[in-house]
Design a protein around this ligand. Sequence first.
Ligand code: SF4
Length: 262
Amino acid sequence: MSALTSANSAARPAWRAEPAAPDDASASLLADRQLKVGGVTPFSATDYPGKLAAVVFVQGCPWRCGYCHNPHLQTRTGTSPLAWTQVIARLKRRVGLIDAVVFSGGEPTMDPALEDAMREVRALGFGVGLHTAGAYPRRLAEVLPLLDWVGIDLKASWQGYDSITRISDSARHARASAEAVLASGVAHEFRTTVHPGLHSEPDILALAQTLSAMGVRHYAVQVFRRTGCMDESLQAASAGYPGADLLARVSALFETFTLRRE
Ligand code: SF4
């Protein structure tokens, strides 16, 4: 996920891990093949439009955005902080209480177990949502048929991408993912977290025009918030940013437009 994803929820495990079963080789192998969960928010009304959802925060992200508010999820650890078997067992007890499960992160498409986890969630009757920054377009394409809704976080214009992610060639992956989402027809929201030190107003307008021309219909601008950000150089105040004129021009490009502030 991403910074924008879960703008509302810090990925601290709200569900605690239960004691592990006695270790053996097969249990260890099974754990290796399961989704690595860094935390779960059991109830959220803000992570899937119009739905009450649980949010599963998947460990790992290949990018290193300075404004990331879940930096503790960037690295994948040897063992999952919260076993997927425990997560799915608790989700079973929430059938009828929530509408959907959203996979967030970190970057959920980094995890090879994502598709199986989504199938398990779907089999319980939940809707399936995804927050992604699009770092793994091939895996995203594999799971798109399982999704009811996707929020995709685009960082900047393609030329400016690597300066945000701090990883070279990141725009190519993000662009392929964006195109896959649009081609799939899955309900979407494209989003950009904007920071006054990273995105000028002309930058934001140029990105919005690019997305509109690609066929994006639902777009959100999320103004940087300090929560969780580990980069002191990015702790700038953002009062009055972006300006009302710019926002009006961006809004006019899309069927729906949302502005999120701290
Ligand atoms: S490093 Fe960037 S892409 Fe990765 S989770 Fe953080 S904000 Fe999202």
